[in-house]
Design a protein around this ligand. Structure first.
Ligand code: FAD
Length: 508
């Protein structure tokens, strides 16, 4: 047996950047490792934050629990609202609408997931649209919301309502900062003007601020957003570009006045050269147009966005440029890139904050000593590559599985070649409605099935085991689920009433 070596532990971490990525990283590491490791964060108010990133997926509640965030306080402080899913309008074809809801569809029977029985019942004309069989997709368009009540019976769909949040990105970063500072994170204001490497190893030893101050650490987390100051400017980790599959490369973001009670869902409306988001908050509505500069000019995109707001614009549209893809290495030497510094996939399914969270938790699991054993970063990089690629495929699905042929943009995405991994998922579903989740990928059966059906993929058949259940039992399952879902949604309060009762922001 080999003798164990005593290795030198990491004692100091410098997080460079104070956006959502920086403050989430600093808070999580300080909460988990703070007794033994000193965490400091450098940010520049002059440079500021990207200031978008207002819709999430349910996993964020695990992060909130990790750092002991009280939900009501968090929603109140960030002008937050609740999200049961995303409504997709005009995606499969103009006039179509479906909701990708969180949670589950129906109830499984035997080995088969519910949608398999539904496929047979639907083909026989004896089932409604799939949206009728999931609590989230029925409740969302009706404007109903509640968090699972503590006294809900375990077998009630109310006990497992899956939800995420919408919030004001700037208020969220401020909220996280307060929380992280209370956990012991030391903040330094200042602009980094130089990154200093060891002449032999290339490891980063310190950063120099405009003031002349130097910040040294054993480990650096690059959260400098699209600037990627350490991971790319300094270490040149390289970038894997996915623009040929996801051609949107610009966005315009604009808040507008709130004209109605906030919907408990994000809306995504397909447009001629991309799509428009609508995110309801307590004090305003966030809007944006994500588009491809190959297919529409900035001024036409601005006109389209401003012409389709449902309230008065509260600012000029903020232009943002991006490139879809990721760093070839998200962890290189003693630098880990989290957030936009690491990569970006457009916000169609609100996945960027999830990727921040996934990066932080994987990194904490694979946390190194100061010898930075290469196997740790290789494992991290491979796992994050998988995570990014599976999300990438899910986003490409929305564009590629469409009948739209009304613009050059849609003709391009409908006919382009797609990754073989995505083609495999689509072929499997198109055959017998099957789906297999690969490893720990973010989106599971409910998501893929809802989006594949919503985008117009109709399986040719269903799993043979469905025929082993008597038709009357299968039909009784389908109609029972529909009744249970609608009777439970009837018990749910309106979203705005739930907010007013539990977490109304101070100045709405
Ligand atoms: P930033 O917010 O850009 O922060 C960078 C930080 O680095 C800042 O503090 C800056 O001051 C600092 N910095 C940079 N250079 C220096 C320097 N030289 N010296 C010192 N400090 C420096 N995500 C979602 O999950 N849901 C969404 O709905 C969503 N919508 C989006 C819409 C658009 C159009 C875009 C572009 C992104 C969206 N995102 C969304 C992604 C989300 O905005 C980001 O993942 C999140 O805000 C994290 O950003 P960040 O912290 O990496 O970068």
């Amino acid at each position: 047996m080999t003798r164990q070596q005593a290795k030198r532990p990491i004692k100091t971490i410098a997080v460079i950047g104070g956006g959502t990525a920086g403050w989430m990283s600093a808070a999580a590491i300080s909460k988990s490792f703070g007794k033994n490791i000193q965490v400091q964060l450098v940010e520049s108010e002059e440079i500021g934050l990207i200031g978008v990133g207002e819709a999430t997926v349910p996993h964020i509640s695990a992060f909130n629990r990790l750092i002991n965030i009280d939900e009501a306080e968090f929603v109140r402080q960030t002008q937050g609202t609740f999200k049961l899913g995303i409504q997709f309008n005009d995606w499969g074809k103009i006039g179509d609408s479906y909701v990708h809801g969180f949670g589950t569809i129906g109830r499984d029977l035997g080995l088969m997931p519910f949608h398999q029985y539904w496929l047979k019942a639907r083909a026989a004309g004896k089932a409604k649209d799939i949206a009728h069989y999931s609590l989230n997709t029925v409740a969302a368009p009706l404007g109903k919301f509640m968090a699972p009540p503590r006294d809900a019976p375990a077998n009630s769909p109310l006990a497992e309502i899956a939800y995420a949040y919408h919030f004001d990105a700037v208020l969220y970063a401020r909220f996280l900062r307060k929380h992280a500072e209370a956990l012991g994170v030391q903040r330094t204001e200042g602009k980094v003007i130089a990154v200093n490497q060891n002449g032999e190893t290339g490891f980063v030893e310190s950063v120099t601020l405009e003031s002349g101050a130097q910040i040294s650490a054993d480990l650096f987390i690059d959260c400098t957003g699209f600037r990627a100051l350490l991971i790319e400017d300094t270490l040149q980790a390289g970038f894997e570009d996915w623009t040929h599959w996801l051609p949107c490369d610009r966005a315009l973001a604009v808040p507008c006045e709130k004209v109605e009670a906030p919907t408990p869902y994000t809306r995504s409306t397909a447009r001629s050269a991309g799509w428009q988001w609508r995110i309801p908050l307590q004090h305003r509505t966030g809007n944006g147009y994500v588009y491809s500069s190959q297919f529409i000019s900035d001024s036409d995109a601005t006109d389209m966005l401003l012409g389709s707001l449902d309230g008065r614009a509260l600012a000029d549209p903020k232009p943002i440029r991006f490139r879809t893809g990721k760093r070839r290495k998200l962890w290189d030497k003693n630098v880990v890139a989290i957030g936009l510094a690491g990569g970006f996939i457009e916000p169609l399914e609100s996945t960027a904050i999830f990727l921040i969270q996934a990066g932080i938790s994987r990194f904490m699991s694979l946390f190194p000593h100061t010898d930075f054993e290469p196997v740790l970063q290789n494992t991290y990089n491979a796992q994050m590559q998988f995570e990014y690629e599976r999300i990438r495929d899910f986003i490409i699905l929305h564009y590629h599985a469409t009948e739209r042929d009304d613009s050059e943009f849609w003709n391009y995405v409908r006919t382009m070649s797609i990754p073989s991994s995505l083609q495999g998922y689509m072929d499997l579903f198109a055959a017998d409605g099957q789906f297999f989740r690969e490893g720990t990928e973010l989106f599971g059966l409910t998501s893929w099935v809802q989006v594949m059906l919503g985008q117009g993929i109709r399986p040719r058949s269903y799993h043979p085991a469905v025929d082993w259940v008597k038709d009357e039992d299968m039909l009784s399952l389908v109609s029972h689920v529909e009744k249970v879902v609608s009777s439970n949604v009837a018990l749910m309060p309106r979203h705005e009433d739930f907010i007013a009762r539990h977490c109304a922001a101070v100045s709405v």
